[in-house]
Write a protein that binds this ligand. Structure first.
Ligand code: PMP
Length: 421
């Protein structure tokens, strides 16, 4: 039956819609931290950072169904929902970031951010990290080098290495990132290109899951501001409490972004994304902008988003991410003493990377072993993924409701896999 579905899928969706795993997982249902396949097997979800509150969270389901039964429409009529939601959302940010604009995907949010940055600064230059992923619109793909050969980076784009905390000391990283951004700015200028923005994840995801030393973004942000450009913090992955210590990843660095782009867990599965920004930025763009987004911030989205923020606060999910994240990282570090394949465990809260190496003495990446671990965990009914520049970093980003018991399941299963490899 699975083979037939795969064949039907390929016929109508084509080769671009790739699936995880050689034997793809056929899911039919989700509840809390668990996903269920068509055969009724139960899997622990340690990967999905969209359903941050857990799959099909009742408060979000209720918010969506109640609102969709009453009214859903575009945003050109006055409706209280979007205002309520924007107030609740901006209240989670430092006071300077007091306005929001809504889209449906993170790509659109970054697309709007670059459009605003260029309009406001009069520049076109963009600085991002070597393996950044910021999205898939034509404008954003130009500064998403992790897409590899499928895109051409724009002539106005410069990349800098994300900090690698496994291979560099905190001091080296602190100095290097700021210096690299300054050099990129100088290179843009040499080519007659005025810098518009620096955009970075605040926990580097596709670059290899590096949280970096606290504060390391500061010199780079100072540099782009001095050059007349804006700093855009891409919080699509780390945002909404995942880092545990703070609601937003940039707060760990003591920097003030001009715009923050958000998405993924924003609607716990209902497609929502957006930008939170300083009013001064939008003041110049807003009145003349031809801006409209049919679905962004619609009444159902606003209700879903509000339910997500309320749940994070009421259920203390940021605190849980911190506690369980630390517990999980400790457990994983304890494993690294027993299994040399675990070269490094890093992250913040429930945003964790585990670097898999052939030889810890020389930190040699082992992508093949990493794939075997991901597959071995799947056989033990645990879902994670791998990423990073050398495809050797286990990516662990479970729902924020993950418990210590769930963490133990993951640690025990990983130990069991490593024992057999
Ligand atoms: N920025 C980051 C950091 C992301 O991880 C992603 C999605 N993986 C995006 C932007 C784009 O979001 P979307 O897929 O919703 O367009």
């Amino acid at each position: 039956a699975e083979q037939a579905l795969i064949a039907r899928r390929e016929k109508v969706l084509g080769p671009a819609y790739r699936l995880f795993y050689e034997k793809p997982l056929h899911l039919v249902r989700g509840e809390g931290v668990f996903l269920y396949d068509a055969a009724g097997e139960k899997y622990l979800d340690a990967y999905n950072n969209v359903a941050s509150l857990g799959h099909c969270h009742p408060r979000v389901v209720d918010a969506i169904t109640s609102q969709t039964a009453v009214l859903n429409t575009h945003t050109r009529y006055l409706h209280e929902g979007i205002v309520d939601y924007a107030e609740t959302l901006t209240a989670t940010f430092p006071a300077a970031l007091s306005q929001a604009m809504f889209t449906c995907t993170g790509s659109e949010a970054n697309d709007l951010a670059v459009r605003i940055a260029r309009y406001v600064t009069g520049g076109t230059g963009i600085i991002c990290t070597d393996l950044a992923y910021h999205g898939l619109t034509s404008a954003v793909a130009e500064f998403s080098p992790s897409l590899g050969e499928s895109v051409t980076l724009g002539p106005h784009v410069r990349t800098v290495a994300a900090p690698d905390s496994y291979r560099h000391s905190p001091k080296e990283m602190m100095e290097k990132f700021g210096r690299d951004v300054r050099a990129a700015i100088a290179d843009l200028k040499r080519h007659g290109i005025k810098p518009a923005m620096l955009i970075t994840d605040t926990i580097f995801s596709s670059d290899g899951i590096f949280a970096g030393p606290k504060g390391f973004l500061k010199p780079a942000v100072d540099a782009i501001h001095e050059a007349g450009g804006l700093f855009i913090a891409d919080e699509v992955q780390p945002g909404f409490g995942r880092t545990g210590e703070t609601m937003w990843g940039f707060e760990r660095h003591g920097v003030a972004p001009d715009m923050v782009t958000i998405g993924k867990p924003m609607g716990n599965g209902y497609p929502m994304a957006g930008i939170v920004l300083r009013p001064e930025v939008i003041a110049e763009f807003g009145p003349r902008a031809r801006y409209f987004n049919t679905f962004g911030g619609n009444p159902v989205a606003a209700a879903a988003g509000k339910a997500v923020l309320d749940t994070i606060r009421i259920d203390g999910l940021q605190q849980n991410a911190l506690e369980v994240g630390n517990y999980l990282m400790e457990g994983l570090r304890a494993l690294s003493g027993r299994y040399h394949a675990i070269g490094d465990v890093r992250g913040s809260g429930l945003f964790i990377g585990v670097e898999i190496v052939a030889d810890p003495a020389v930190k040699s990446p082992d992508a093949a072993l990493t794939t075997r671990i991901v597959n071995g965990l799947r056989e033990r009914r645990i879902l994670i993924s791998a990423s990073g520049p050398r495809a050797n970093v286990l990516k662990i980003r479970p729902p924020l409701v993950f418990s210590r018991e769930n963490a133990d399941m993951l640690i025990d299963a990983l130990a069991d896999v490593l024992k057999t490899l």
